[in-house]
Design a binder for this molecule. Structure first.
Ligand SMILES: [Zn+2]
Length: 234
């Protein structure tokens, strides 16, 4: 693996779960008696805006209670030291990669710390609560929503991700279920284009058989070990 230059890393809930970030799902996958899949939709935002904003306000507040873990820190270190092309594509909406020091991060499902105006499409950094929060700074309407890709919406920057996957020498998936498309298809795209593929996960995922190699364990242990190995080989 001496010829690796372009690396695409995909991260999912597994890496943030180790920082103690709750998924807000109870034992039956419910939040305040409702299925999360029914809250995080454009229809729910229209029908019950307060409920949807409250859900994300609570998740945004929870960010203050967690810290990046060794998995985030190892990826940030790699980002800072890798001389080739690298992109950390994350399905997570938290800011733990950034707080660990990573810069080449793409939030394909959006970010808790960003707001999107339903009226004019402006987006920008956001802190605090949206319930009782500010109006859009650009158009003045009371129409800010979380800048989050809801169920039924298209993930961000798919063209950029797919273009990079076709050039990747190495694709690494960390802490993802391998069950949610389109991210679940990244491994097949990268592999068809000739990349080596590696999965680091707490348990075998739905897509494990697509990878050249799967390592089972916590991200806080597996990611630092992999980064060390990668640097030693390079
Ligand atoms: Zn606006």
């Amino acid at each position: 693996m001496a010829d690796i230059q372009t690396i695409v890393v995909l991260t999912g809930a597994g890496i943030s779960a180790e920082s103690g970030l709750a998924t807000f799902r109870g034992p039956e996958g419910l939040w305040e008696g409702r299925r999360v899949e029914e809250i995080c939709t454009p229809e729910a935002l229209f029908a019950d805006r307060e409920l949807v904003l409250d859900f994300y306000d609570q998740r945004r507040r929870a960010l203050a209670t967690v810290e990046p873990n060794a998995g985030h820190r190892a990826l940030a270190w790699l980002d800072q030291h890798w001389p080739g092309e690298l992109l950390i594509v994350t399905q997570n909406v938290d800011d733990l990669h950034e707080r660990a020091g990573a810069q080449r991060v793409l939030h394909m499902h959006g970010e808790l710390l960003s707001a999107l105006c339903s009226a004019c499409g402006a987006r920008g950094g956001f802190a605090g609560d949206m319930i009782g929060g500010p109006r859009c700074a650009v158009c003045g309407q009371d129409a800010l929503r979380p800048d989050i890709v809801f169920f039924g919406e298209m993930p961000y920057e798919m063209e950029r991700i797919e273009a990079l996957l076709t050039r990747a020498d190495l694709f690494v998936s960390i802490g993802t279920s391998g069950a949610v498309y389109p991210a679940a298809g990244f491994v097949q795209g990268a592999r068809q284009a000739g990349a080596d593929t590696l999965e680091l996960n707490l348990e075998p995922s739905a897509g494990s058989h697509h990878f050249h190699e799967t390592r089972i364990g916590p991200a806080s242990v597996l990611v630092p070990a992999w980064v060390e190995e990668l640097i030693a080989e390079g």
